[in-house]
Design a protein around this ligand. Structure first.
Ligand SMILES: [Ca+2]
Ligand SMILES: [Ca+2]
Length: 760
């Protein structure tokens, strides 16, 4: 098979090499955006589908690009998630073949009892055997300069180690979320760096390849104030109406315009190819409308909304303003660029084919010849909050087949007649279903794709797990967060006293609080995540303050603001539960918060509907309250006082504080209230230096917190045998390890190696 593919591809590419002879050393730019949905720009991607352009957002520079290029009505990206999509684009191979089928930093969560299936191992960085587009260009066209600026998201070795003369290092999502007022999502600095580099190559008389990987339009929304104001004043669309997201999209488009202007100014517009696409579709919840146009699903799903994105190509020999209906995919870009540059000696086992014959056709017609007559998107994993479940999709001809590993459900659609994937044709076309299923299975076998397997820890899905638990403080004469995710720093020594269960935190109401340092790993933003805070509280109201805070959040990046997650608030002499999540204070509609007794309180926030539900002693406290949209806030928590530390002190005791990034049901809240809960408990002998190790409640995995950039975790027996080693993860599966004493070796970049004695 390998020999066949190699000869086959060489022959195919050889036949088209002459087409590109007229532009011997063209420049090539790939613009790769983040989480940008099909139909979420002002370019109508499909001339037969009016909803394939936004009814709100404006992207004039993409319109400009489309006017002189070819847009693909059926353009697909490589994967519904960032890292695998990037890896596939750089290598011309599918994520299934590459073994990277999730973002590199997501723990495997193999032992989560909510999951029916164990997920396969995930490759977490570029394999040194793989040849990137930067490397193949440098090998065959040594006069070319190469650069990759922006979001890398492929691990410790940045683009500079993978064939690019210039780059920004091993960047990821965090890099783009710096909230710089005049450089939202680093759009403008990224664009400026790109045009400076382009100009340098032109001055040096060097042809070039450049990938510009935008941090936009990933959550959270950032934009210039003026752009935001423009969209706040524009009439809302029926499908798109989120001003913040629209402003971010337009700012990114402005950044693209800076590059297009520079190409014109330098006189290289006609000798430069530009490929434009996104790494995956957009996220639900970002926008009450649907930023993926009329297609189904979103990021982290293999529905069309996860994998179909805007796809535009402009450059020499491409007639302007053409819509092609030929189906193309991100892993075609590698062989297409090779074809353009006349590189015929290609790596083995490419999945893509050159789309150059289509690009050069004045009607956007023609054939893309690939080693396979189908395309496979493999996503054997979970992201619950994005509705991501283990699935594989295959498209062949007009048909798409989706297999769900949890349910063994199969779906067959005609995606030409039914672009929204609403009408399964399983019973009408049983032979077609079997054909696609067989192709999919054979392909996954051939590329040795990792597949899910049954999870022996599966509990039926009823147990809440650590995934959504941000912290748990039992206050048993210590400040420890038992999930191990947060470190605490006592202020003016809050003490301990008899609690509702065991011991409780005791606060004097005038100077004490507890700061919770969240670090990089865990800094939830409740304008984008649901939450539940609950706990037992005892308020002496000694100082009769207007408000007494249970939990507040600082905003690290936007000083002067902070959020009150839950407080006791007095109005007209009575006291009630209250939140202050930006905008204005929200209070429970029932005033019922007595002094000098233990009360179990909870607040459940839903950022999608801007509502808060309060609970008191397990009962809903008044009506669900609708408020202004929660404002974004990312930063550390403070227990028992306002973030400025000079007001709203809690007077009394706090016990059993839980914070979740999910909406708990009333029955879950009652379960916690009654102490009928599987609590996470710390591991003995495991606390030293910065690294804190804990075991999940069912002892299925060890999790290491407090250290960034973990490069390896090794579980070693007392007699020195290596039992298990995991790379680039903070989680190691111990489901099959017998109880006993072990050593855990923790290796992290720029940190001394730590070895801890662990009791399992
Ligand atoms: Ca993405
Ligand atoms: Ca306690």
């Amino acid at each position: 098979m390998k020999t066949y593919q190699s000869i086959f591809l060489t022959a195919v590419l050889g036949s088209f090499a002459s087409h590109s002879a007229f532009a011997k050393n063209p420049n090539i730019i790939v613009i790769f955006t983040d989480d940008e949905g099909w139909g979420a720009t002002s370019v109508q991607m499909d001339d037969q589908v009016p909803e394939s352009k936004s009814d709100f957002m404006q992207t004039p520079n993409l319109e400009r690009l489309a006017a002189r290029g070819m847009r693909f009505a059926n353009g697909y990206t490589c994967h519904p998630n960032s890292s695998p999509s990037r890896y596939a684009l750089l290598t011309g191979k599918t994520p299934a073949r590459l073994g990277m089928t999730d973002i590199i930093e997501r723990p495997g969560q193999e032992t989560d009892p909510k999951r029916r299936l164990l997920t396969p191992p995930n490759v977490r960085m570029i394999n040194s055997n793989e040849i990137t587009i930067g490397e193949i260009i440098k090998q065959h066209k040594p006069n070319y300069k190469t650069a990759y600026f922006g979001k890398w998201h492929l691990g410790n070795n940045g683009p500079e180690q993978h064939g690019f003369d210039a780059g920004d290092g091993a960047t990821g999502n965090g890099k783009g979320n710096q909230k710089i007022a005049d450089d939202p999502k680093l759009i403008f600095s990224l664009s400026q760096r790109s045009v400076d580099w382009i100009e340098q190559q032109v001055n040096d008389n060097k042809p070039f390849f450049l990938e510009i990987a935008h941090y936009a339009t990933h959550e959270s929304s950032e934009s210039l104030a003026a752009t935001l104001q423009k969209y706040q004043n524009l009439p809302k669309g029926t499908r798109h109406n989120n001003a913040g997201y629209a402003a971010m999209t337009e700012d990114m488009d402005t950044g693209i315009g800076i590059v297009l202007d520079k190409l014109q100014e330098l006189g290289i517009e006609d000798s430069t190819y530009i490929f434009f696409l996104a790494d995956n579709g957009s996220m639900p919840g970002m926008n009450p409308g649907n930023t993926n146009g009329p297609i189904r699903g979103s990021k982290a799903t293999v529905w069309e909304g996860g994998i179909k994105t805007p796809f535009i190509v402009a450059g020499p020999g491409i007639k302007g303003d053409i819509v092609s209906r030929v189906r193309v995919v991100g892993w075609d870009i590698f062989p297409t660029i090779c074809d353009i540059l006349g590189i015929t000696e290609l790596p083995q086992n490419l999945d893509g084919g050159s789309i150059l014959p289509v690009l050069q056709d004045n009607n956007g017609e023609g054939e893309v010849t690939r080693p396979y007559d189908f395309m496979v998107w493999h996503w054997p994993r979970y992201v619950f909050n994005k509705e991501g479940y283990p699935t594989t999709a295959i498209i062949k001809g007009d048909y798409k087949y989706i297999y769900s590993y949890e349910t063994e459900e199969e779906l067959l659609f005609n995606i030409v007649e039914d672009i929204a994937e609403t009408t399964p044709l399983n019973s009408q076309l049983p032979d077609k279903l079997i054909e696609l299923r067989t192709d999919m299975q054979n392909y996954l076998t051939e590329v040795n794709a990792g597949l899910p397997t049954p999870n022996p820890h599966y509990s039926g899905g009823g147990t809440k797990v650590l995934e959504n638990l941000i912290f748990y403080f039992p206050f048993e004469d210590n400040y420890n967060d038992m999930t191990g995710q947060m470190q605490t720093l006592g202020q003016n020594s809050p003490g301990f006293d008899t609690g509702k269960y065991g011991r409780a935190l005791s606060l004097n109401g005038s100077s004490q609080w507890l700061d919770v340092l969240s670090g990089d790993y865990m800094n939830p933003d409740f304008s984008e995540l649901p939450f539940t805070l609950c706990g037992w509280v005892y308020n002496t109201d000694a100082h009769a303050q207007n408000n007494s805070i249970i939990l507040a959040q600082h905003d690290d990046s936007n000083s002067g603001t902070g959020r009150i997650i839950l407080e006791k608030f007095r109005q007209s002499g009575a006291a009630c539960l209250s939140t202050f999540l930006g905008g204005s204070r929200t209070t429970a509609t029932v005033n019922n918060f007595p002094n000098n007794e233990w009360v179990h309180v909870a607040a459940v926030g839903d950022y999608t509907t801007n509502t808060i539900t309060f609970y008191r002693n397990g009962e809903q406290n008044g009506d669900r309250v609708t408020i202004n949209p929660f404002e974004s806030c990312v930063g550390n928590f403070r227990i028992g006082a306002h973030k400025d530390g000079s007001k709203a002190f809690w007077s009394g005791k706090l016990d059993e504080l839980y914070l979740f990034k999910e909406e708990l049901s009333q029955s879950d809240i009652v379960k916690i209230m009654n102490d009928l809960w599987d609590k996470p408990m710390g591991v003995n002998n495991a606390f030293s230096n910065n690294a804190f190790v804990y075991v999940d409640p069912a002892k299925y995995s060890l999790v290491v917190n407090g250290l960034d950039n973990i490069s390896a975790l090794t579980l070693i027996s007392i007699d020195g045998r290596v039992l298990k080693k995991e790379y680039f993860t903070k989680v190691i599966n111990i489901g099959l390890i017998n109880p006993g004493h072990y050593l855990l070796k923790i290796e992290a970049k720029n940190q001394p190696t730590v070895i801890k004695k662990i009791v399992i």
